[in-house]
Design a protein around this ligand. Structure first.
Ligand code: SF4
Ligand code: SF4
Length: 358
């Protein structure tokens, strides 16, 4: 049986009020709000956009959905996890300030902003993961302490996965820093000699005693390192670097496995809304403005992350008249979908149901 994916056509030219009405209409098409109970913590998973990024989902677009959610539970919140890389979203204080700068303030969204893996990305819950490479997933604790998730995703291209959409938002976006590290690299971090001040702080935090000091710098022992990411978090000088050497296939497969862990936690109480507006070559982790690579398409929604992503990709490529994602980076973006489907995360076989306002 085909999976329902709902589409409402939209463009940034509609303006924020009309986009908010369309987002609400597509949310209501799912009949999801009735699944929220009064005492539920409701996580609206979102990416607030790196500093000066312009492609991220705008707070005004969410006002209608949030109004509906608040009628069921006033324990709703907007949330993301801290990043692996050093930037404006690597700790909760900077991250929340940036979310405010991008308009995610209570007077607009009526919700608190929570960074789901705590002040510096160490608050995680480890859960068993089915399906292949990953034996357990290290997920940001606030997500797994919630009963409901509304996964709000800006569809983009991505330098390592070809496409960044709902599966990525779920698998990578809900992972704690350690979980991100786990997905991103089978080789462990390195200390860059020229940036290391030899302060020794990372030694205190390393749970595996994998770091030692020489006369001039800290050094990580690959044999002992468990890839937890603690040293990345605590080094204030940015001296600990990732080796971004995980190939796209393994990265996408691990990401789908993490996504399954998160989806399984929520069961029937998770839904997916993809915004296909200002689809950019790179994801919203990129600072600054990026132009859309195809005309705006609209907003799609489903209870199935694989179906909503497949439909989003098809709609973008139809609008482009080509494989717009492969044109950005020559990566096989289908790996995350195929592996997700094989794991039972969802189905690529969907039926597109177009709705409109009125
Ligand atoms: S915390 Fe950073 S600067 Fe200090 S020793 Fe470790 S890697 Fe070097
Ligand atoms: S990633 Fe974790 S285990 Fe590996 S060196 Fe850093 S703190 Fe130690």
């Amino acid at each position: 049986m085909k999976t329902d994916v709902y589409l409402i056509k939209a463009s940034r030219e509609d303006g924020p009020e009309v986009i908010a009405k369309k987002a609400l209409a597509i949310y209501r098409s799912l009949g999801f709000n009735e699944r929220i109970e009064a005492e539920d913590f409701v996580a609206l998973k979102i990416h607030f956009g790196e500093k000066n990024n312009t492609g991220h989902i705008k707070p005004q677009w969410l006002t209608g959905i949030i109004n509906d959610v608040l009628q069921r539970s006033d324990r709703a919140f907007l949330a993301d996890s801290n990043t692996l890389y050093v930037g404006q979203r690597a700790n909760s204080v900077d991250h929340i300030r940036l979310a405010w700068e991008h308009g995610f303030r209570p007077e607009i969204v009526r919700l608190p902003v929570i960074i789901a893996d705590g002040l510096v990305g160490r608050e995680k819950i480890e859960i068993k993961t089915e399906g292949g490479q990953v034996k357990s997933s290290r997920i940001s604790s606030a997500f797994l302490s919630s009963q409901v998730m509304i996964c709000l995703t800006h569809v983009t291209g991505h330098v390592q996965t070809g496409v960044g959409a709902a599966i990525k938002n779920l698998g990578m976006g809900c992972a704690s820093r350690a979980g991100k590290l786990d997905q991103h690299s089978v080789v462990h971090p390195r200390v860059k000699a020229k940036d290391c001040r030899n302060c020794g702080v990372c030694l205190d935090y390393c749970p595996a005693e994998a770091i030692r000091q020489t006369q001039t710098q800290a050094i990580i022992d690959d044999e002992k390192c468990i890839g937890c990411g603690e040293c990345l978090v605590v080094c204030r000088f940015g001296a600990v670097k990732m080796k971004w050497d995980e190939d796209s296939r393994r990265l996408q497969e691990k990401m789908a496995e993490y996504a399954l862990s998160v989806k399984n936690h929520f069961g029937e109480k998770i839904c997916f809304i993809n915004f296909i507006l200002q689809v950019t070559k790179d994801c919203d982790c990129m600072a600054g403005n990026q132009s859309g690579v195809v005309p705006d398409v609209g907003i799609v929604a489903s209870l199935d992350p694989v179906a909503v992503d497949r439909a989003s990709i098809d709609l973008v490529n139809q609008a482009a008249g080509r494989d717009a994602f492969r044109q950005g980076y020559n990566l096989d973006w289908s790996i995350q979908l195929v592996h997700g489907e094989n794991l039972g995360l969802g189905s690529q076989d969907y039926e597109l149901i177009e709705i409109s306002l009125d």
